[in-house]
Design a binder for this molecule. Sequence first.
Ligand SMILES: [Zn+2]
Ligand SMILES: [Zn+2]
Length: 349
Amino acid sequence: MKAVIFKELGVIEVQDVPEPEPAPDQIKVKIGYAGICGSDPIIVIGGLEEFPHQEGSIGWLQKPGPPHPGPKIMGHEASGTIVKIGKDVRSDFKVGQQVAMDLRNPCGKCYFCLNGMQNFCEHFSNHPGAMAEYGCYQPEALFPLPDDVSLETGAFLEPASIAVHAVDNAHMKIGDTVLITGGGSIGLLIMEIALRNGASKVMVSDPIAEKRKLALQLGADAVVDPLKENLLEVSKKFTGGHGFNVSFETTGILALARQLILLAECNGTVVWVATYQGNRDVGVPITYTHTKEITIHNVAPSPYADYKALNMLAKLDLKPLTTVFPLTDALKAFEAHKAGKDVKIMLKP
Ligand SMILES: [Zn+2]
Ligand SMILES: [Zn+2]
């Protein structure tokens, strides 16, 4: 079968590899769609930097670990159809059933997993990649797609779960004003979910015209080009001089992570959704956050949100976010991802 292989640092290739057969505890899936995630090119260049231990900190700090030496099949956002079920699998899954996958694999046994915090699992691993014609998975990686959710939409499960977790962490209230920096797939998924969660007005900032246009089409009340407009001035006008109740930073730009604090309304919440390279300080003005009672929240991708995301998929407008490439054109697809005009690129085997 064809598969997108991470061969070695900096190199991916479409290769012919043996078609996998399910182990007795696995389910074989014919892949429908596999999305390119913002983290995939980072994996190819050697993973996230190590997080150095912080002097004086307590407890476990999850580390990204050494970069995968390769080769391995890429892809962790996917959907497909069940074609075979291992003899020891105990589940209600049936051959022919359509499923979405979340290929993060918390151990289920450590202190964090047993306390409902699988996102901090001490023995975290990943199920096999999905940028291939077939993949074999333990049943806990599979989620049954409702009848009204297509395979294309189903492949949004994992990024949608991150958006659900981000909006949960924002503790939004009805009528909140919302700012989202970054109109990529996570930014726009957050926007769609925040609108359904009672946001009164949403503003999206992105330097790419196509993404601003899409944000408006999907319900944003205003968009900003941060390269041409002053985010502070536009935000003042948009919020009547009060600032935002809730804001989400999805670009990974440290200066924006800081600026969102300054654009927050009293009692506001700032959610840093992105991953930020390097272990740099944000430089939070502490008297300012104190007097304005500002809450800062991060987002560690959390599998608890998968079922909530699954329920949301049919409610979200995801077609306009999607660009499909044949799996055999994966290298072109990764180039297009780098160019940044497409929101979510899916590979179709
Ligand atoms: Zn992802
Ligand atoms: Zn665990």
